[in-house]
Design a protein around this ligand. Structure first.
Ligand code: NAG
Length: 509
């Protein structure tokens, strides 16, 4: 008897050891790396038998950590841990996990599963009470749902993420609210994707944090993530706004004399509201309503302006800065893509102001920035910069975003360039890898000078010169004695969507 039970016991112990060896977890490990690459994406450790989760910590701050004015960067650490320790770490960091890019912060996360801490997928913090009438979206119904609805608003979540779980009931209530609102079939659906169960869907839309809220219009993801408040009312209002006709109807041409002078306008002279051309204009308006104000007149209201049966769409620039006459669209009014791209070109100004509020959206566009840092007390430089850009650099707008920035508010990037408020105005490129200072602001309006500077960016010359000193046109000086330094790090890339990005806006917190 005794013998038998001890043999059994032994077997159990052996089995236990065997099983736990087989099951021992693998995690990525690294310590205070600058990025989620190299070591952090390559070093794998087999954890101890009692470690059952992978822990990731991300700090965002300056060197040395937590000091003011120094270069800001990520510090990524990964290791094996256990549930208790990991939860405690997360708890401890919660108040510091602000994700605000111009402050120092630290966040941590726990995950279960071999090598689960490869990507830094952030389950981020915001507080909200609420559950769901949202449609469960999977790989198999996704395309159908997108194709059959004008608006699809999707919550990408993960069950293990506490904040996903907190959002879920709110999102579901909002979905119920939206169903009750009586929209026509095919107008709107609120959906949800379980990113653990549907990795292919999550990957297709580059989901790197939970929960992520994305709006799809006519099957296409909106360029901007949902960044508003997370409450039933706010969601319902957001949907309502998306479905509100974005075209203002005028009933006589006189009304067009008093359009807002500081806005850009698109005006449609139409025959009937139910004509196909108007449907196309309405869809374009829905996508670009933040950029221009859209107007349309039907029948008598606009018959003087176009031949019967041939509707016309024109662009009116903001009268405040220009007296240019209205410009008529010459492409097909039945072609959504063509009209959309024309309107986009007209409505999005060549030079825009960057602010803390829109910085992340601008980085999402993915183009390097050419930025004028101006002093708010001396705004003359803005006008001059806009003139030069519109005269000389219009052709570059596919490659570069032209921006102006208040150098007092954005003092931090100036420090990266070794400059301060006293040096304003100045011009710089932020390529999202590095920042480059335009050598002499006064040369800005020298014909061709800024364009040449941009060419140097594209060709990599700016980067090489930073490392190796000035280049003459033919010779690249590569001198072993030259100390190789790195150009100041990009400030704005921190704002760009990336594997290790947290959400950056306060009202999401
Ligand atoms: C978890 O890890 C910590 C630190 O290594 C250790 O002190 C603690 O005893 C562990 N807890 C469990 C339940 O294994």
């Amino acid at each position: 008897m005794v013998n038998l039970s001890s043999i059994l016991m032994l077997t159990l112990i052996q089995l236990y050891i065997f099983v736990s060896t087989v099951n021992s977890l693998e995690c990525y490990v690294c310590e205070n790396q600058e990025d989620n690459s190299e070591k952090c994406a390559k070093t794998i450790l087999t954890c101890e038998y009692n470690q059952d989760v992978c822990l990731t910590e991300i700090k965002w701050g300056s060197t040395p950590y937590w000091s003011q004015g120094a270069k800001k960067q990520y510090y990524v650490s990964k290791r094996c841990s256990n549930k208790t320790e990991c939860a405690m770490t997360r708890q401890r960091y919660m108040p510091l996990c602000t994700n605000i890019w111009y402050q120092d912060w630290v966040c941590s996360d726990c995950c279960q599963g071999d090598r689960c801490n490869y990507y830094i997928i952030i389950c981020h913090t915001f507080y909200n009470p609420t559950d769901s009438g949202a449609v469960q979206i999977t790989q198999s119904n996704l395309d159908m749902v997108l194709a059959s609805n004008e608006i699809v608003f999707i919550n990408f979540y993960a069950d293990w993420c506490k904040f996903s779980n907190m959002l879920m009931p709110i999102f579901d209530d909002a979905a119920d609210e939206v169903s009750k609102a009586g929209y026509d079939p095919g107008q709107v659906v609120m959906g949800k994707v379980d990113c653990d169960k549907e990795p292919s869907v999550a990957t297709r839309f580059h989901i790197t944090k939970y929960p992520t809220l994305k709006l799809f219009r006519n099957g296409l993801p909106a360029k901007k993530e949902y960044r508003g408040q997370r409450s039933v009312e706010a969601f319902a209002e957001f949907i309502k706004k998306q479905l509100t006709d974005s075209v203002v109807t005028f009933s006589s041409l006189k009304e067009l004399h008093s359009l807002a002078e500081d806005k850009r306008h698109i005006i449609g002279y139409m025959d009937r509201r139910d004509q196909k051309e108007y449907e196309v204009l309405r869809k374009v308006a829905a996508t670009l309503k933040d950029e221009c104000i859209f107007h349309a007149g039907f029948g008598d209201a606009s018959q003087q302006m176009h031949p019967p049966g041939q509707p016309i769409v024109v662009f009116r620039t903001d009268r405040k800065t220009s007296a240019d006459p209205d410009e008529t669209y010459t492409g097909s009014l039945l072609d959504f893509d063509q009209l959309h791209s024309w309107v986009q070109k007209k409505c999005i100004p060549l030079v825009r102001e960057i602010t803390f509020e829109n910085a992340e959206e601008l980085t999402e566009e993915g183009l390097p920035f050419l930025i004028l840092f101006y002093h708010p007390d001396h705004p003359e430089s803005i006008k001059k910069y806009k003139e030069v850009v519109s005269m000389e650099l219009e052709s570059e707008k596919q490659n570069v975003n032209f921006l102006t920035a208040d150098g007092v508010k954005f003092e931090h990037p100036l420090h990266h360039l070794g400059k301060s408020v006293a040096d304003l105005p100045l011009i710089a490129i932020d390529s999202f890898r590095h920042m480059y200072l335009f050598p002499d602001y006064k040369e800005m309006d020298k014909p061709g000078r800024l364009k040449e500077y941009l060419k140097d960016l594209y060709s990599g010359k700016l980067h090489r010169e930073f490392h190796y000193g000035p280049e003459s046109p033919q010779v690249i000086m590569v001198n072993n004695e030259v100390k190789v330094t790195t150009p100041p790090e990009s400030t704005f890339k921190k704002l760009a969507p990336s594997k290790n990005r947290y959400t950056l806006l306060r009202d999401e917190l």
